[in-house]
Ligand binder design. Structure first.
Ligand SMILES: Cc1ncc(COP(=O)(O)O)c(C=O)c1O
Length: 380
């Protein structure tokens, strides 16, 4: 038999699947995967049920239903004072993951280079590699997760087409400062590359109101803003995301989207259009709840002796391991001996060895799940 695609051949099972399998085998409490162990809000689920019963079950327009695109655009205007044309500058995708994939296919040619700040979300690598472009990692150094300006500058060259920024940042919980985004933005303008700004945790920023990269001076013409409703509504299985950007780029992203999935589940779009138009009160409660869950986990882990790096955003906490420990072995031991599953962070790095010295906990879990995990971890 002839071989399958040589790039796809290299793809391995994701660390999330590996850890979840191990957690199930060992009946461990799963603080590894990044999604809630509780359901999304009933009022949003009820909106989907209404749509299902209301004849919204055929293909949706490929760009996304207009009420959803309008609701997304209205929110960017209302929350971030960022004008977005719902007719030409938004495309609705199957989660942020598809938006990232379609953006890479839309922008990149073989030989192009993409700067990615590591540690990074694993779909970036696959999306870049399938295009034949080359990933150039730049490390965010623990414990601040700041980048070194010279390291970043040296990673940029004439072939740089795109830089991927994730803010707030998974897995570190870092929120980038205005100065850091301005620095990246200036380099993007000087060296003429695009920015893909993955902002799926935009409403999980505990230190200041979120600011989209595209709203910084001079960056709206070269930034593709990607977000989704999965994290915000705790409905990760709905996979409703979007890309926002200049018309010609959105057109190109849509060209890929129309030939990959064509459209996003119609009744869920109807529900989300309504939900995101009326989410002000919900967002306050959402942020408060997650801030509380963060405190439960951070306080609990500290009491258990973990060396925590307090997150500024997202629903993850990083812990630095004692000297001599290795992340993968440590995580396996936590599963078998303490019955708690976490993520070894070396999986998020390509270049630096830093990941071997840290593990990631997720606090998008019921209070009782977090408390049981802390109890297990505190048992000698
Ligand atoms: C940084 C980051 N980007 C994108 C995604 C995927 O989002 P979606 O579920 O909307 O595809 C995740 C999910 O964990 C993530 O952590």
């Amino acid at each position: 038999m002839k071989s399958i695609n040589t790039k796809v051949e290299q793809f391995k099972e994701s660390i999330f699947s590996t850890m979840t399998k191990l957690a199930l085998e060992n009946k461990a409490i799963n603080l590894s995967q990044g999604f809630p162990d509780f359901d999304g809000p009933k009022w949003v689920i009820d909106l989907a049920i209404q749509a299902l019963n209301n004849n919204k079950n055929q293909y949706a327009p490929s760009m996304g239903i207009l009420p959803l695109r309008e609701a997304i655009a209205n929110n960017y205007k209302k929350i971030y004072q960022m004008p977005v044309n719902p007719l030409t500058e938004v495309v609705v995708t199957n989660g942020a993951t598809e938006a990232i994939f379609c953006t890479c296919l839309a922008l990149l040619n073989p030989g192009d280079e993409v700067v990615v700040l590591e540690p990074f979300y694993d779909s970036y690598l696959a999306s870049i590699e399938l295009t034949g472009a080359r990933i150039v990692p730049v490390t965010l150094h623990a414990p601040t997760f700041n980048f070194d300006f010279n390291e970043l500058k040296n990673a940029i060259g004439p072939k740089t087409k795109l830089l991927i920024l994730n803010n707030p940042h998974n897995p570190t919980g870092k929120v980038f400062t205005d100065e850091e985004i301005d620095t990246i933005g200036k380099l993007a303008i000087e060296h003429d590359f695009y920015l893909l700004s993955d902002e799926v945790y935009e409403f999980l920023n505990f230190v200041r109101p979120h600011r989209p990269t595209a709203s910084y001076a001079g960056l709206n013409t070269r930034t593709i803003t990607i977000s989704s409703t999965g994290k915000t509504f705790g409905l990760t299985g709905w996979k409703i995301g979007w890309a926002i950007g200049p018309e010609y780029i959105i057109k190109a992203i849509h060209n890929v989207h129309q030939f990959s999935t064509f459209c996003v589940a119609h009744p869920l779009q109807v529900a989300m259009a309504e939900a995101i138009s009326n989410m002000e009160d919900y967002l306050k409660e959402f942020k408060h709840e997650y801030s509380r869950k963060k405190d439960i986990l951070v306080t609990g882990l500290k009491k258990c002796g973990f060396n925590i790096i307090e997150p500024q955003g997202t629903y993850f906490v990083m812990a630095q391991l004692p000297a001599g420990e290795n992340d993968v072995d440590y995580c396996k031991r936590l599963i078998t001996e303490k019955k708690v599953a976490t993520i070894p962070t070396s999986a998020f790095y390509l270049k630096s060895e830093d990941g071997k010295k840290m593990i990631r906990f997720c606090f998008a879990k019921k209070d009782e799940t977090l408390e049981s995990a802390i109890l297990n971890l505190s048992n000698k």
